[in-house]
Design a protein around this ligand. Sequence first.
Ligand code: ADP
Ligand code: MG
Length: 268
Amino acid sequence: MTDIDRDQYQIKTEPYYRPVADEIAMYEAAYAARMPVMLKGPTGCGKSRFVEHMAWRLGKPLITVACNEDMTASDLVGRFLLDINGTKWQDGPLTVAARIGAICYLDEVVEARQDTTVVIHPLTDHRRELPLEKKGELVHAHPDFQLVISYNPGYQSLMKDLKQSTKQRFGGLDFDYPKTEVESEIVAHEGGVDKETAEKLVQIAQRSRNLKGHGLDEGMSTRLLVYAAQLISKGISPQDACQMALVTPLTDDPDMRDTLGAAVNTYF
Ligand SMILES: Nc1ncnc2c1ncn2[C@@H]1O[C@H](COP(=O)(O)OP(=O)(O)O)[C@@H](O)[C@H]1O
Ligand SMILES: [Mg+2]
């Protein structure tokens, strides 16, 4: 692996991240110990942004993999490809990360099947190695390599959960939507609206979050609030912006849409 490979995964400018508790110090200590880390929390609450920020802060390359149920171990580790000269091995993202010393972020790891997830095991204990069985190579992870996974505790069912033998290889950090003041600050910064507008959006979201399990699978995420704010800052009326960014994506149920629409009208 060359420096060019490493350079393309390096984050050049600081990703804005508003700390919520002591997560930066906790993560730094975990990284110093090269401990694998699991970020738990609902969708759109800042997990991916946090990893991007930490990779930048630590000056390490970041390789992100969005996990899905069709993903196989080969998609992570690598495979032989056919070309005119015959077959050629191509490293998967996990292997590249282990070789160049990147932080490898497996986003929504429960989406992957358990037989896929187990390939990370030898990388996440004292061995820090990755066997490429088909190629007949044992990759020893670069000293800077670290594995990070994200996980939405709301989504998992008995069918879809990490095995204990996988879970118990990670330190865990809990994420959630921050308190009003902090979330408003984030929405104002990311969406380009004033604090007052941002706070109204956050209050609407909090109402929807109270409906979780009572007709909604999830409340409105910080991500959606940022979308609403961005539309408002582009000149869309707050009502229309909230409809498009907060209500329509969340539910198809007409009654629930009315309920959410009423919450929007309370504030705008
Ligand atoms: N603490 C935070 N600091 C800065 N931006 C945040 C924070 N939390 C959420 N956001 C905003 O919310 C959006 C969604 O966050 P993201 O990290 O993508 O969520 P997820 O938890 O699903 O990975 C980000 O793009 C960012 O605009
Ligand atoms: Mg994410």
